[in-house]
Design a protein around this ligand. Structure first.
Ligand code: HEC
Length: 105
């Protein structure tokens, strides 16, 4: 019985984590907004940016919601955090494209 409850709790935690990662859903409308600002941006580059953001930016602190900051603030934060996250410039650009587009600000 004890094993079963541990398993249940683990599954619930896993489900909670999965839900957190997919909380931001990228639509075609987002891709259109992104391509107006960033030449070459598509649904695929936004999805890549989301993945890179989740992989690189939640190690030291929780992942901030894209809506937490506006474009200017994200520009500063991502530039300042890039060396901490040890990411290259193309990765930094994709992350910035994603958070700024999804911030909606
Ligand atoms: C090596 C650890 C580390 C990694 C990786 C990291 N950060 Fe940070 N981040 C910090 C620390 C420490 C602070 C708080 C001190 C500061 O603001 O410099 C911070 C602060 C921030 C803030 C500002 C919070 C505020 O309220 O002012 C934002 C936004 C942020 N990080 C975003 C990111 C993004 C985006 C990435 C991925 C590119 C990232 N972080 C990766 C350590 C990290």
């Amino acid at each position: 019985m004890k094993t079963i409850s541990i398993l249940t709790v683990s599954l619930l935690l896993l489900a909670a984590c999965a839900a957190k990662k997919t909380a931001v859903v990228i639509s075609d409308a987002d891709a259109n907004r992104a391509s107006a600002k960033y030449p070459g941006a598509t649904l695929a580059t936004l999805q890549q940016g989301k993945m890179l953001y989740e992989d690189n930016c939640g190690k030291c602190h929780g992942l901030k919601s894209p809506s937490a900051y506006n474009e200017e603030q994200w520009g500063k934060h991502v530039k300042r955090m890039a060396p901490k996250a040890k990411i290259d410039k193309p990765t930094e650009d994709l992350i910035l494209q994603y958070v700024v587009t999804m911030s909606g600000k």
